[in-house]
Design a protein around this ligand. Structure first.
Ligand SMILES: [Fe+2]
Length: 301
């Protein structure tokens, strides 16, 4: 099979997908169980035992309390297997580093989404035992979940607390200070009551839009593979371009001296105002094409 977004979503066209993508709506496709067997039958995914045996490094495990990566630790493989039996969720970072098939799919989906070259593409394997799952949270990334084995329930709900979050947040954990500055609504106490409830079976693929609330619960021991994409915002593209430009100037590279000196701070302010005047002139010249040309490939070369 040719690794691509179309292949992953089988019966959903790219146009249909883009409709959901632009509206931040989840999309679920139930593929036949063996449809993506070139991925699901890999030793890394064919069973928990096989995964643990072929995994070359330590494993992340959720700690007691909130089931979330902010509350996790790294343990060795034997310990991980024991903890899984005791009901602790495991996750395995970036299996694409060790497996070419996963790496090829990860890159193909990135390509087909047309995402920036500055995107952080990540793959993750989750092994969650029956009755356990992940706590209610949202992510800053775009996520595709392939259910490899077992059945997992997902709850997904619109995020009225914030649009386009730039960091993830899990209910019950500390909120990122920057995220807190641009909240639009209250932090909910729990998963919103109008959440969509769905069930992923072996072969199912779920698109989880950036920023949507979600939580999961495995109905049986379950393994899933995630392809996640933390893509830059317009802020990131603009600031990378401006930084690249300003770093060519010795005056902008100068130490921000005396900004906290009670007397010389006036000199500091004066210096910065001069630099800002220069920057404003330069910003008038910069076009989108120049910004994208600094970070992206075609058609900006
Ligand atoms: Fe998530």
């Amino acid at each position: 099979m040719n690794p691509s977004l179309d292949s992953l979503l089988r019966i959903v066209s790219r146009d249909e997908f883009l409709k959901a993508y632009k509206l931040d709506e989840p999309l679920l496709v139930h593929n036949p169980i063996n449809y993506l067997s070139e991925i699901t039958s890999l030793p890394l995914l064919s069973s928990l035992e096989s995964l643990i045996n072929s995994w070359p490094e330590s494993v992340n495990v959720y700690l007691p309390g909130i089931n979330d990566e902010v509350n996790s630790a790294q343990v060795d493989k034997q310990e991980a297997q024991k903890l899984f039996k005791d009901g602790f969720g495991l996750f395995f970072d970036d299996p694409n580093r060790f497996n070419e098939v996963i790496d090829t799919w990860l890159k193909a989906i990135h390509r087909d989404l047309g995402l920036s070259q500055l995107t952080y593409s990540r793959s993750l394997i989750y092994a969650i035992s029956k009755g356990h799952g992940t706590a209610t949270h949202f992510d800053q990334n775009i996520n595709f979940v392939l259910q490899v084995s077992g059945v997992k329930k997902w709850w997904l709900a619109k995020n009225n607390m914030v649009t386009n979050p730039m960091t993830r947040f899990t209910l019950g954990s500390a909120i990122d200070p920057e995220l807190e500055t641009y909240l639009e609504g209250e932090i909910p106490k729990d998963m919103p009551s109008d959440a969509l409830e769905i069930e992923l079976k072996p072969g199912s693929v779920l698109f989880v839009p950036r920023g949507i609330w979600h939580k999961t619960e495995a109905q049986s021991d379950a393994i899933s593979l995630n392809f996640t994409y933390s893509a830059p915002t317009w802020i990131d593209l603009l600031t990378s371009c401006i930084r690249a430009n300003l770093s060519q100037s010795p005056s902008w590279r100068a130490t921000a001296d005396f900004v906290n000196d009670p007397i010389l701070c006036l000199e500091a302010e004066h210096n910065l105002n001069d630099l800002m005047d220069e920057l404003k002139k330069e910003l008038n010249q910069i076009k989108a094409h120049d910004i994208l040309g600094a970070t992206e490939f075609k058609p900006y070369e």
